[in-house]
Structure formats: C-alpha cells, structure tokens
Write a protein that binds this ligand. Structure first.
Ligand SMILES: NC(=O)c1ccc[n+]([C@@H]2O[C@H](COP(=O)([O-])OP(=O)(O)OC[C@H]3O[C@@H](n4cnc5c(N)ncnc54)[C@H](O)[C@@H]3O)[C@@H](O)[C@H]2O)c1
Ligand SMILES: O=C(O)[C@H](O)CO
Length: 312
C-alpha cells in the first residue's frame, strides 16, 4: 500500500515513521513537487492541486477537523478530487479535550467575574462584587457535533445549564437540544454564554451577526472556537460597545493572522488566542488514521467521512 503525506508545517519525518510503524504493510512517503507515482491514500493539509489531481486514490485524509480550506480549494479546482474518492477528516483525536479545557477555563473566568476584577485591578480598586448564579448562566453551544458534544459534557459537569443548537436534533444526556433555523430564536433567548463550534459552510458564514447577538440575554458572552468567518466582526464590536455583550473570547478570525489595524486587538472586553483552541495531536491522529485505513482495507464501515454536499 502506498501513502503520500503533505503538511506545510508538521514534523513530516515523525509522521512518516509513526504511520509506517502502525501500518506495517504500507510504504509512506512525503509528497514532493513532481511526484506522480502511484498512491492509494493521501494525507494532506492545504495540498497543492497537483498532489491530488488525476490520482486513483482510495481515500484522502484531511489532517484537521475542519475541511473548509480543502473544500474551498476543491470548489475552485473540481478536478482535484472526484466525488468518487472519499474525503475523511479527524474526529476528536485529542481535540475534544483541548476544547473542553479552553471552554471550561473561560466560562469559569466569566462566571467568577475575573474579567471585572481584572478591570478593577487596573484602577487599584478593592471592591467585592455580587456573585453570578448558575441558573442565570445558560451555556448555548452552536454546533453539537464531535467537539460541541464534548464541550457540552464538560460544562454540564460544572453544573451549568447547557443547551445546543444544530441542524438535526441531538440526544446528549442533560443537554437541551434545539434544531434548525426555526428553533434558533428559542435557543438564543435563554443563552448567556454562546459557544460556536459550527463548521464553516455556505449556511454558517456570517451567522454570528448583530441580529443574532441581539437575541441573547443581556450581558452575554461569546466564545468563538470554530472559524472566524462565522462572526461579522464589525457587528460583534457594535454588540460589545452597546453592552449587549459583556465579553468575547476569540480563537479564530476572518483574516489570520489578525491584521494589526483590527480594533479587536485593543478592545478592553475582547480576549484572544491565535487559532490554537484545539490542534492536531500527532499520536492520536496517527492512531486514528491507521485504524481507519485498516478498516477501509477490510471493507468495514468507518466514520469520519465528509459529506461534500453539506460541506462538513
Ligand atoms: N479553533 C480551533 O482550533 C479548531 C479546532 C478544531 C476544529 N475547529 C472547528 O470546529 C468545527 C466543528 O468540529 P467538529 O469536529 O465538532 O464537527 P462536526 O461535524 O462533528 O460537528 C458540526 C456540528 O454542526 C452542526 N451544523 C452544521 N451545519 C449546521 C447548520 N447549518 N445549522 C445548524 N447546525 C449545523 C452539525 O449538525 C454538527 O452538530 C470544525 O468544522 C472546525 O471548523 C476549530
Ligand atoms: O480544523 C482544525 O483542525 C483546526 O482548526 C486547525 O485548522
């Protein structure tokens, strides 16, 4: 079995060595420009079109959870990967735990009013504040898939009321599930902390706009862990400046790196990280890919295949 690997920043020798160890019958090689030799599987992130085009592959694996970049490249170059070749993505592979760490730490930060205490410290002000109550701190998770489900579990464990919104209704124990555009308003009405874990698709671009934010509880918070294009950044700033939103924590931006001139850098109630909420963990990802390839070779049904029409 021949496997080609391409990632612009990963430690390629490590990936090749580990994949070879876990797939003993496979010959794994780094794809380099000009390599047109046969391959059965391709493992990629931001692949050059020529790497995939014209190949008779059994499957392609995206080396991340989101497949928006590869699907948008495919839109511009449909011949890069015919529909008959399945595209897989990473399901969890250690990202669920990272998302839990991120979400729990920030929700607790807001719940215990550490943002207010930090602002007071700037003014050398010693002033105990009223406690917040969990019943007024409903967490609303948009996108209740692999990662949204994990985040829901972790916040439930801290005793917060948790609800989710997704395309179809979910049955996550203890979580109130809302589905479809017709239930979006009901989902938002009680939400105090909005956590975004939607995929980037034609339907979800720009979904977090002023109209949506205005439907949240007053003094709400936004945690964007998915993609920057979900948020209309100027409208987020309006919602912060008119105090509908009390704070926002953003891991992703419509342009990355965030341009120096963006007012988000300086906003006193915005905190940010540089797209690190959940990164690909090589060990878990390699084990998952090896397991999936073994399953595909046996003809098993395996999960993780992207529905290209839906876009995730
Ligand atoms: N910031 C980071 O570091 C980072 C890391 C990993 C993943 N992500 C992002 O997180 C996203 C989610 O990952 P996942 O593995 O949980 O994906 P997933 O496919 O398992 O879950 C997606 C969820 O969104 C819902 N959904 C999709 N379209 C919808 C729509 N139009 N309306 C309502 N609900 C809709 C689905 O029903 C599903 O519940 C990824 O697509 C990626 O963009 C970000
Ligand atoms: O989707 C993912 O896996 C991360 O956001 C990296 O882009």
């Amino acid at each position: 079995m021949e496997i080609i690997f391409y990632h612009p920043t990963f430690d390629t020798p490590y990936w090749i060595a580990q994949l070879s160890k876990q797939l003993p019958g496979a010959n794994v090689r780094e794809w380099k420009k000009g390599d047109n030799q046969h391959a059965d599987y391709a493992l990629v992130w931001h692949p050059p079109v020529e790497m995939l085009q014209g190949r008779d592959l059994k499957a392609v694996f995206a080396l991340g959870a989101g497949v928006d970049s590869i699907l948008s490249k495919l839109k511009a170059n449909p011949e890069m990967l015919p529909e008959s070749i399945p595209l897989f993505r990473l399901e969890d592979t250690g990202m669920g735990l990272q998302m839990q760490e991120y979400a729990v730490s920030q929700v607790l930060h807001w719940f215990r009013r550490f943002d207010d205490y930090q602002a007071q410290q700037q003014k050398s002000e010693w002033q105990p504040l009223a406690d917040y109550h969990r019943e007024d701190f409903t967490i609303g998770i948009m996108g209740a898939g692999v990662l949204g489900g994990k985040v829901a579990e972790s916040l439930l464990a801290w005793g917060f009321p948790v609800r989710c919104w997704s395309r179809s209704r979910k049955t996550l124990p203890g979580v109130q599930s809302f589905a479809g555009t017709e239930e979006l308003g009901d989902f938002l009405r009680e939400t105090r902390v909005l956590i975004n874990l939607l995929p980037n698709t034609a339907e979800t671009v720009g979904i977090i706009n002023l109209n949506l934010l205005n439907q949240l509880q007053d003094n709400s918070y936004l945690l964007n862990l998915a993609r920057g294009v979900h948020v209309v950044e100027e409208e987020l700033l309006q919602a912060l400046n008119n105090n509908k939103l009390k704070g926002a924590m953003l891991d992703v931006f419509s342009r990355e790196p965030l341009p120096q001139e963006s007012p988000l850098w300086q906003h006193p109630r915005v905190v940010m990280t540089p797209h690190i909420a959940a990164v690909t963990r090589p060990q878990e990802a390699i084990a998952y890919i090896a397991r999936t390839i073994t399953g595909l070779e046996r003809g098993d049904h395996v999960s993780g295949q992207v529905d290209r029409q839906r876009g995730y």
